[in-house]
Design a binder for this molecule. Structure first.
Ligand SMILES: *Cc1c(COP(=O)(O)O)cnc(C)c1O
Length: 396
């Protein structure tokens, strides 16, 4: 069975829930993406930039001191934190930026919450000489001031969004509105494996480089595949990127880790797959956090990149089919994972993959040393130092 199908469905999830005006743009994008995928020139240019600009391949690193401390399975880290701009988001931004150029679109719009995707988009626009407009909720504009400065240094225009909750959700709506109006010369560079078809499959393809490398590295370094692959899930792009190349390896267990925030029963979390219901958000059908009237619920996570009320449709499909399992880790536990990696390995992780790390340690404790557990270390923690210091002060 081919997934997604022609209409962009993964089982019951996905699709294109958009106004008629966007249908043509999505169709054009899909066509361009299909053509580019089989154009050797496009593929070679992307490959070259991944290597010489972004810093791929990233290492698969055996965390020996961490594993000894846990006293169970051996933990391996896929080091996406070493990439240019500090996270996996550059993989997707490079792919979509090149695609926009190939389509002759000289202008990019993007949404950003914490600013990480905005920075990746602005970076690629500077690299390729494209105009860049980033929409950001006014609430986030204040909270993430240093990323706003970064985007401006990179030549992007940052537009504050004052509607709704003034966060990521509203920034997406505004970016889509701009795209509809300016579709002639504009590409919408969406930052995760969410949104209407073909975005989920396109973003997955650009992020699958993570899993393809991991598979090759496992075979050459360990002569076998891992027992577990564990990744954090916000919209789900770093997770689907590392999961996808292992989808037919039924012995490899895939685990997605959502943000339980202040606790799954507190109402303050971002665990769409664990606690959400099926509905439509941002053009696709998937699990999402909504109240009994179908309105989107406010979300919370200590990790800015996990703070999103929805999730990519392919994860909803994996959940229903049982191919992957989804668990949740709270703020306090993520901080524990964060400090543990700092102290045992000299690596300061982003708070998002710190959720995956914490869960990996829980699992590893129950397993023999020969078992291999891969964690996708999706980003580095420089961006999170203020949050961590504040949490420390509050805890003292
Ligand atoms: C944005 C971000 C995430 C969450 O996004 P996904 O699409 O779920 O991968 C995870 N880790 C880091 C470091 C991020 O910046």
């Amino acid at each position: 069975m081919k997934l997604p199908n022609e209409q962009g469905y993964f089982g019951d999830f996905g699709g294109k829930f958009v106004p008629e005006t966007l249908m043509t743009a999505l169709k054009e994008l899909e066509q361009a993406y299909i053509e580019a995928s089989s154009d050797p020139g496009f593929v070679a240019r992307l490959e070259e930039l991944r290597h010489t600009y972004a810093g791929r391949p990233t290492p698969l690193y055996e965390a020996q001191r961490l594993s000894e401390k846990i006293c169970g399975a051996t933990i391996l880290l896929k080091r996406e934190d070493l990439l240019h701009t500090g996270a996996h988001k550059i993989n997707n931004a490079l792919g979509q930026g090149l695609l926009a150029s190939r389509m002759g679109k000289q202008r990019i719009v993007a949404e950003t919450g914490a600013g990480q995707h905005g920075v990746a988009a602005a970076t690629v626009c500077a690299l390729l000489g494209l105009e860049c407009v980033v929409y950001m909720g006014e609430e986030d504009l204040v909270r993430q001031a240093s990323n706003v400065s970064r985007m401006k240094l990179l030549g992007a225009e940052v537009r504050g969004v004052a509607s709704g909750s003034r966060t990521l959700e509203d920034a997406i709506n505004e970016a889509v509105r701009d795209w509809v109006t300016n579709v002639q010369n504009t590409h919408y560079l969406l930052g995760s494996a969410v949104g209407p078809h073909p975005y989920p499959i396109m973003v997955r393809t650009f992020q699958s480089v993570i899993g393809i490398e991991t598979r090759e590295q496992m075979l050459s370094q360990y002569h076998r595949l891992p027992d577990y692959i564990i990744a954090c899930v916000g919209g789900g792009s770093n997770a689907i990127g590392i999961f996808h190349p292992f989808r037919d390896d039924s012995d490899v267990k895939l685990v997605g880790v959502e943000a339980a925030g202040r606790g799954l029963n507190s109402g303050l979390h971002s665990a769409s797959l664990n606690r959400g219901r099926v509905g439509v958000l941002h053009g696709a059908k998937s699990y999402l956090l909504q109240n009994e009237h179908g309105q989107i619920r406010p979300t919370h996570s200590i990790a800015p990149g996990l703070d999103y009320p929805g999730v990519g449709p392919e994860h909803s499909y994996y959940k229903e089919s049982g191919r992957a399992t989804y668990t949740a880790v709270n703020d306090e536990q993520a901080l524990e994972g964060f400090h543990l990696l700092c102290e045992t390995e000299g690596i300061i992780p982003a708070l998002e993959p710190a959720h995956a790390l914490y869960y990996a340690c829980q699992i590893a404790r129950e397993l023999p040393q020969e078992n291999l557990v891969v964690v996708n270390l999706s980003g580095r923690g420089d961006k999170d130092l203020d949050i961590v210091l504040q949490a420390q002060e509050a805890g003292e």
